[in-house]
Design a protein around this ligand. Structure first.
Ligand code: NAD
Ligand code: MG
Length: 394
């Protein structure tokens, strides 16, 4: 029986994880659930899964939540609040696996704490890895933590790696990674129309049902940019050896090209419960609840090269990883600020890339070899991005 802590339990990945957990009560026990604002959803999850701990990230909502739990049939749940508590529950002795499913930089410290504590880290929170890079990978190797990717593409790549492969290492006979992308909702939209797309249009993803931030990232293809950096780190690959492939059907989740000419792909319906179940059952497999793939219904599959004119965010991600140092941290932070501003209707869709590019231009690729330097760069990049937004408006 393994104990699991789910950071970001109320989000899209968190909910899918609990769905998989509920299918395997003989193998997984929920030790801790955490949420930011949606305490109604967290309350319902507490009733169903009866964790030992529930963490509310926003202190302001914690008291009300404590009162509700105290009056409930699950009154023995310990309710904690704040960012420190996230690290506390991610490192509890009876937690074996930590699902890192908080969105954005807010997930970095608890995910890093889990890695340092030698846990099995199920990594959905790609921003945490992108912003901390080598620091994170070093924490994993020093503590002996097991790092398993949840992002569908990286999970697919991991599945296509040789037997016994562990993340962070070079798979010697693999010469290239083919990182697939759906192309998002605007793959065919005339470029001139992208100026006026609304947040609701941008979050309406054709293939995946996800949180709002990652949905916008998919529409700009910054999601693929972050995933490119994520793949460089997880699989110790050079960015030039990773080819992004637009595959609108989202049936192949990525491929590994080997020196003998073999290209291995992992396929399946686009449902995050497959990579989640794979990582939870690893090195075995168990049921995820996902319907079997109907290959006849799929019929055919298409592949295209991405257009960097249409998707400048992808170009910026290549530039950031090649520059190295703090650049990926800056890219990620500026993107988080720009996406939030877009979702709040402060800036246009096409401004997102402009804000990131202008922010990156104000930094040099300085060293990023301590957590302190990374957090400093993250904070500074957020300030710079806000300034750029202010200048756009004026
Ligand atoms: P979401 O917005 O649906 O959920 C985010 C979760 O994080 C929620 O539980 C929320 O309460 C919590 N949270 C948000 N801000 C927080 C803060 N400041 N402090 C503490 N908790 C906070 O997002 P999602 O779609 O589930 O994505 C989660 C992560 O997984 C992201 O990093 C995303 O890139 C990655 N991911 C998601 C998918 C997907 O299909 N949804 C696929 C691949 C990777
Ligand atoms: Mg993905």
């Amino acid at each position: 029986m393994k104990g699991i802590c789910i950071l970001g339990a109320t989000g899209s990945i968190g909910v899918s994880t609990l769905d998989v957990v509920a299918r395997h009560p003989d193998q997984y026990r929920v030790v801790a659930l955490t949420a930011n604002g949606n305490i109604d959803a967290l309350y319902d999850q507490c009733l169903t899964h009866h964790p030992e701990y529930a963490v509310v990230a926003t202190e302001s909502k914690a008291q009300q939540f404590k009162d509700r739990i105290a009056a409930s049939p699950v009154s023995d749940i310990k309710v904690l609040a704040g960012a420190e508590a996230l690290q506390q529950v991610a490192t509890l002795d009876n937690v074996d696996s930590v699902m890192a499913a908080i969105v954005g930089a807010a997930g970095l410290l608890p995910t890093l704490a889990a890695a340092k504590a030698g846990k099995t880290v199920l990594l959905a929170n790609k921003e945490a890895l992108v912003m901390s890079g080598q620091i994170f990978m070093r924490a994993v190797s020093e503590s002996g933590a097991t790092l398993l990717p949840i992002d569908s593409e990286h999970n697919a790549i991991f599945q296509c790696m040789p037997a016994g492969y562990t993340t962070g290492h070079v798979a010697k006979q693999a010469r290239r990674i083919l990182l697939t992308a759906s192309g998002g909702p605007f793959r065919k939209t005339p470029i001139a129309d992208l100026d006026t797309v609304t947040p609701d249009q941008a979050v309406a993803h054709p293939k995946w049902d996800m949180g709002r931030k990652i949905s916008v990232d998919s529409a700009t293809m910054m999601n693929k940019g972050l995933e490119l950096i994520e793949a460089c780190l997880l699989f110790n690959m050079d960015p030039d050896d990773i080819q992004v492939v637009i595959h609108p059907q989202s049936i192949i989740h990525s491929m590994v090209d080997y020196v003998d000419g073999s290209v291995l792909a992992q396929m399946g319906n686009p449902d995050m419960r497959t990579p989640i179940a794979y990582a939870m059952a690893w090195p075995e497999r168990f049921d995820s609840g996902v319907a079997p793939l109907n290959i006849f219904e799929v019929g055919h599959m298409d592949f295209e090269k991405p257009d960097l004119q249409r998707f400048p965010c992808l170009r910026l991600a290549y530039e950031a990883i090649k520059a190295g140092g703090i650049m990926p941290t800056v890219l990620n932070a500026a993107n988080e600020i720009a996406v939030e501003a877009f979702l709040n209707e402060q800036v246009r869709f096409t401004d997102i890339a402009k804000i990131i590019e202008a922010s990156m231009a104000r930094f040099t690729a300085d060293r990023a070899d301590s957590l302190e330097l990374i957090l400093q760069a993250d904070l500074k990049a957020r300030e710079v991005a806000q300034t750029v937004i202010g200048q756009l408006a004026s």
